[in-house]
Design a protein around this ligand. Structure first.
Ligand code: ANZ
Length: 888
């Protein structure tokens, strides 16, 4: 039929694409130009997709279709990041095994993605919770476990290449193991972990917000034996690598901040009457003469070992309270508290004696876990000194024209900005720094001084901590390690992988040292067949992020039974050329994946050092909700529009205001693609969502907007059908030019991911050519340009135009650059005679008068006029800015 029956057409093509395997991606052949375009694969949650998810999926789909037509071998796969907490929480609540709910959810996601016409190569689908995938996550874990970081070479190497000192060798197996743990890329270590009683799990620092889990449950810190990954070995390379990446600057900055590189000095203070010393980390060595106290983190080893009996009880109580706070509680905005330790420190350059406090604003795992307190020039120290009546001793002069100067010099205010050094206090070593020196110069002078005397040294400190990699969860990759009864530990050989997740009856751990896997009796206990030695498997599982650290690699070679990826395929595809996903992954997934790639690169498993060459963050899609005057947000189905822009909350009769709000179940403003596709069709939904604005921008969804896209597509349909029914032998040059311009503009927009303007070009084109004759060639060109945006319709029209094979296997059209240049560069010049139009000529606007006259005469001659008696000198050329008028 000739009406645009989108449901019939879209259903037909979805089926045919699946049957014909239209989107199968062949392995690259030598000489292939490859393009890898990837979406951040989703966690298949129970809620399915809402209309916001496809912003990224559609963008990559359009690019993938275009690149394929433009001659690239395009890898555009999809899979499921299916291990994770929600499935486990659901299992604990309902008893439904996470695998069952996950499988169900994946089906829903897949159905919705198909509904959108997304052209993934499903032959390459991966699921991180399936053994054939996590076998290789475990394998990679083992590669990293069996490696050490060689600081000299600044790269990871196999553990067998780690030189073991003779005394360690002599001390036996366990000493060797401890020594290796100090160098391994993956190691065991006692660590304070964030234990969430309610979730029954340990969370990473990144998963703790203000002392609470993402869901708002309380988190406390407890020390247990953990698996850690030595990401800190890569800080400098992770920083340097950012420079070469085409990523949003904001994301790069987040990573820089997360890594938190800061240059400073470690300064040693002797402890009065003891032979130990305290080493502090400071970025402001210039303020050393202004130190009036030291502060130790409650977790600092000296607190346990050196605090005298007189202060023990008070210090212990304080430390216990600190253990219940998160880092954030301890640092941000919190009141600075502390207790005296009873210890006294000696300033290495002035001999001044200052009290040592235990204070929880000092964090245990930053710098050295000890700070030198300079209240005159550090806000935290100032607050602390005021609270405990400690002296404030300025060493920097803010400068004469600073209003605060007097207060600063009297020790009544804190000055943290630029200034010059005051006279060093009496008793300070001569030559430490000069009065009048800029503080930055003084900082270098003090560092030099300390280094030459062996009292301190310059160091670089980082915020980034090693990655705690074990989780006390069930629904994750089992960690392939066995702890033997003699205290040694081994990793599993690849022949023993995958180590599959055993079934248990109850997924909930009972405490932080008894995870759910402890219940899998037959699974936990192992016996070495050779020696008869008994052992126990590691009971923790890997964190949610593990599977996504390497998944781009698996898409290249998803069925490989012998390796995570074939090296030649990995080399051919290389890094992801375009990666699209949400900005919320700035520091976790994106940093962890970069770390694994660097390690795998060092170990020779892969050729690329960075996973994602170009990154684009899709904007957030919001929906509407309604807010009453008390600021309460109300569900959409309780509100009615009464008149233009006036909304009433029906149950209460309150006038309410319409606002943009994130789609959420509770606001009942979630719109699913299913709804929109049923009403307007998938192609209209695609056009609508992409036309709403740049991929990176935010947008507010209104389902009715899809009606306009549908209307546009109906016009496209009719235009194309009439062209197919009666193709013209020739079309007007205006149509040819419009088609050429369309190709040129859309191509450029696609190259720059400007999908909304590409669609605007399609609309502009239709407005220009609708109703005019079109040739077959012209029409086929148009259909190919339309195809990435409205794939079902384009495919149907392509078939109706008698084309064999998929439009997506056709070549992307090329604009005839010469024709377009000529079209842009000529203007129409109207030739008049006696005030009447006789015709026109096409010439460059800059053509000189002689050329205009000659062309005019030639044109007139063609029309049959006798030009023999015409005197060119009598032809008047009147120039208009746009159109040149020629008068005879
Ligand atoms: C003395 C000083 C004087 C400091 C001054 C600052 C200003 P960034 O820049 O973030 O690296 N510090 C050191 N270790 C700490 C820890 N474990 N917990 C809390 N604070 C710590 O911060 C470095 C500064 O933070 C260091 O420089 C130290 O205070 C403090 F006028 O030392 B400063």
């Amino acid at each position: 039929s000739d009406t645009y029956d989108f449901t019939a057409i879209e259903t037909k093509w979805r089926q045919l694409w699946a049957e014909r395997d239209t989107y199968r991606t062949p392995d690259p052949k030598p000489g292939d130009q490859t393009f890898f375009v990837l979406d951040m694969f989703p966690y298949p949650s129970g809620a399915g997709l809402h209309v916001g998810h496809p912003v990224g999926y559609l963008a990559t789909d359009i690019v993938a279709r275009y690149k394929r037509m433009a001659g690239f071998n395009v890898l555009h796969p999809m899979g499921w990041d299916s291990f994770g907490l929600p499935a486990e929480q659901h299992a604990i609540k309902t008893g439904e095994h996470p695998e069952v709910s996950t499988t169900k959810n994946i089906k829903t996601f897949r159905r919705q993605m198909d509904l959108l016409g997304l052209g993934y190569d499903w032959n390459r689908e991966i699921t991180t919770s399936k053994p054939d995938y996590y076998k290789w996550t475990q394998f990679i874990f083992v590669q990293m476990y069996e490696a050490w970081f060689d600081k000299q070479a600044n790269k990871a190497r196999p553990i067998r290449e780690l030189p073991i000192p003779d005394d360690v060798k002599a001390a036996g197996k366990l000493a060797i193991q401890d020594y290796q743990d100090k160098h391994r890329l993956v190691y065991f270590d006692d660590a304070l972990v964030n234990w969430c009683e309610a979730l029954g799990t340990i969370l990473s620092n990144e998963e703790v917000f203000d002392g609470k889990s993402e869901q708002g449950f309380d988190v406390v810190r407890v020390p247990i034996r953990q698996v850690k990954m030595r990401i800190t070995a890569y800080t400098e390379r992770l920083l340097a690598g950012l420079e070469g990446l085409d990523w949003p600057e904001g994301i790069k900055d987040s990573q820089r901040n997360w890594i938190g590189r800061s240059e400073g000095a470690e300064i040693r203070f002797a402890i009065d009457g003891a032979d130990q010393s305290v080493t502090t980390f400071t970025t402001r060595a210039d303020t050393l003469a202004g130190v009036t106290f030291l502060a130790l983190a409650p977790e600092h080893p000296l607190v346990a070992s050196l605090v005298p009996a007189s202060h023990r009880a008070e210090v212990d109580a304080y430390c216990e309270a600190a253990a219940r706070k998160s880092d954030l509680d301890r640092t941000v905005d919190a009141e600075k508290t502390g207790v005296p330790s009873g210890l006294i420190a000696i300033n290495p350059v002035s001999g001044a004696k200052v009290q040592i406090f235990v204070a929880d604003y000092v964090l245990p795992d930053y710098g050295t876990g000890a700070v030198m307190g300079v209240p005159a020039h550090d806000e935290r120290d100032f607050a602390f000194a005021k609270k405990y009546g400690l002296p404030v001793f300025p060493v920097i002069d803010p400068g004469a024209d600073t209003p605060e100067r007097d207060a600063v010099l009297k020790g009544e205010a804190c000055w943290t900005e630029d200034g010059i050094m005051l006279d060093p206090p009496a008793g300070t070593e001569a030559g430490l720094y000069q009065a009048g020196q800029r503080w930055r110069d003084a900082r270098e002078a003090v560092a030099d001084f300390l280094e030459t005397r062996g009292l301190g040294k310059r160091v670089v400190s980082y915020n980034l901590r090693d990655w705690i990699f074990s989780r006390q969860r069930y629904w994750g990759e089992p960690i392939p390690i066995i702890h033997w009864e003699d205290g040694t530990r081994t990793s599993l050989d690849v022949s023993e992988l995958p180590l599959t997740l055993p079934h248990v009856d109850d997924y909930k751990p009972t405490s932080y040292d008894a995870p759910a896997l402890a219940r899998a009796a037959g699974w936990v206990e192992v016996t070495d067949p050779k020696t008869g030695m008994k052992g126990r498997r590691e009971l923790n599982t890997m964190p949610q992020w593990a599977g996504s650290c390497w998944y781009p690699l698996r898409f290249m070679d998803p069925k490989n039974a012998d390796a995570p990826v074939d090296p030649s395929k990995e080399r051919a595809w290389g890094p992801v050329d375009l990666y699209v996903g949400g900005a919320e992954h700035a520091t976790l997934h994106l940093l962890y994946a970069r770390f694994w790639y660097l390690a795998l690169h060092d170990l020779g498993v892969i050729s690329t050092a960075e996973p994602f060459s170009k990154l684009v963050n899709q904007g957030m899609l919001t929906s509407f909700a309604y807010q009453n005057t008390r600021g309460v947000i109300l569900p959409v189905d309780e509100v009615e529009e009464r008149g233009e822009g006036e909304f009433v909350h029906v149950p209460t009769g309150d006038r309410v205001e319409r606002i943009g709000a994130k789609m959420s179940k509770s606001l009942r403003n979630v719109v699913t693609p299913d709804d929109v596709v049923a009403q307007y069709g998938s192609d209209a939904f695609r056009v609508c969502l992409m036309f709403m604005g740049p991929v990176e921008g935010g947008r507010v969804w209104e389902t009715e907007k899809a009606a306009a896209s549908l209307k546009f597509l109906r016009r496209v349909w009719n235009y194309a059908l009439s062209g197919i029914a009666s193709p013209a032998d020739a079309e007007s040059s205006a149509v040819t030019i419009a088609t050429g311009k369309l190709v040129e503009a859309v191509t450029e927009d696609l190259e720059n991911l400007r999908l909304n303007t590409a669609i605007a070009e399609l609309m502009k084109f239709l407005n220009a050519v609708e109703g005019q004759p079109v040739t077959r060639d012209g029409l086929l060109t148009f259909l190919r340009v339309l195809a990435p945006f409205a794939p079902h319709m384009a495919e149907e029209l392509w078939e109706r135009a008698g084309q064999k094979g998929s439009v997506f296997h056709a070549d992307w059209p090329k604009a005839d650059a010469d024709m377009l240049r000529a079209a842009v560069e000529t203007i129409e010049i109207v030739v008049q005679e006696g005030g009447k139009k006789r015709g026109s000529v096409q010439l460059a606007p800059q053509a000189d008068d002689k050329l205009v006259r000659d062309a005019s005469i030639a044109m007139l001659k063609e029309t049959g006029r006798d030009v023999a008696g015409l005197d060119p000198a009598r032809i008047i050329v009147v120039r208009d800015k746009k159109t040149g008028w020629v008068r005879l």
